[in-house]
Design a protein around this ligand. Structure first.
Ligand code: SF4
Ligand code: SF4
Length: 183
């Protein structure tokens, strides 16, 4: 079984190869369309959550409060797609970029057998014949590796259990019942 670090290295290698041939690749800081239209609440293995939690622990308290509140709201949101609660919407950047889950690392560079490319903007370039020479990463292989790492849980569940999120909420303010239930 690969470790998360080894999996990151594999993904980074593929991403670097693609970027080297396409220096003007669309994915860059401030391009946040994918973070605005997640099909579902992100699912993370324990290894991914542990890394992400380290990143969350580095955030200023007000950013953490915002995330925890957005997650609490998200739990009650039935409509899809959703905006990632870890996105800083004022800058269009990821608040936990260096600690982000695997799905975010592969998005834009990897393809899944039954889902194809995920990003409509990149898909449009493919349709225009601009990216014919790209050797895409294989997301099915990544999924296999992730399965070996153990069960994945929704981000909202990991956060609900996490002391850092619970203590960041002002006890004077009404708390979403989800955070009480899920302890
Ligand atoms: S996957 Fe698409 S929306 Fe996301 S950063 Fe890349 S180009 Fe932008
Ligand atoms: S974790 Fe970061 S990169 Fe991933 S969807 Fe959320 S904001 Fe975007």
């Amino acid at each position: 079984m690969m470790t998360l670090t080894e999996l990151h290295a594999d993904i980074d290698k593929r991403v670097e190869l693609i970027r080297a041939d396409h220096p003007d690749w669309l994915c860059r800081s401030g391009c946040d369309g994918c973070c605005h239209r997640l099909a579902e609440i992100p699912q993370l293995t324990e290894a991914e959550w542990t890394l992400l939690r380290d990143g969350l622990s580095l955030l200023p308290q007000d950013a953490l409060q915002t995330i925890c509140r957005e997650v609490a709201t998200l739990v009650e949101q039935a409509s899809r797609p959703i905006v990632c609660p870890l996105l800083d919407q004022s800058t269009g950047t990821c608040r936990v970029y260096f600690h982000r889950p695997i799905a975010c690392r592969t998005y834009g560079f990897f393809v899944q057998r039954d889902k194809g490319l995920y990003c409509k903007d990149i898909e449009a370039q493919v349709e225009n014949g601009v990216l014919n020479d790209v050797v895409w990463g294989n997301h099915d292989a990544i999924d296999q590796q992730l399965k070996c790492m153990g069960e994945a849980r929704e981000l909202t569940l990991w956060l609900a259990d996490w002391q850092g999120c619970q203590s960041s909420v002002d006890p004077q303010e009404p708390l979403n019942p989800y955070f009480r239930m899920a302890k």
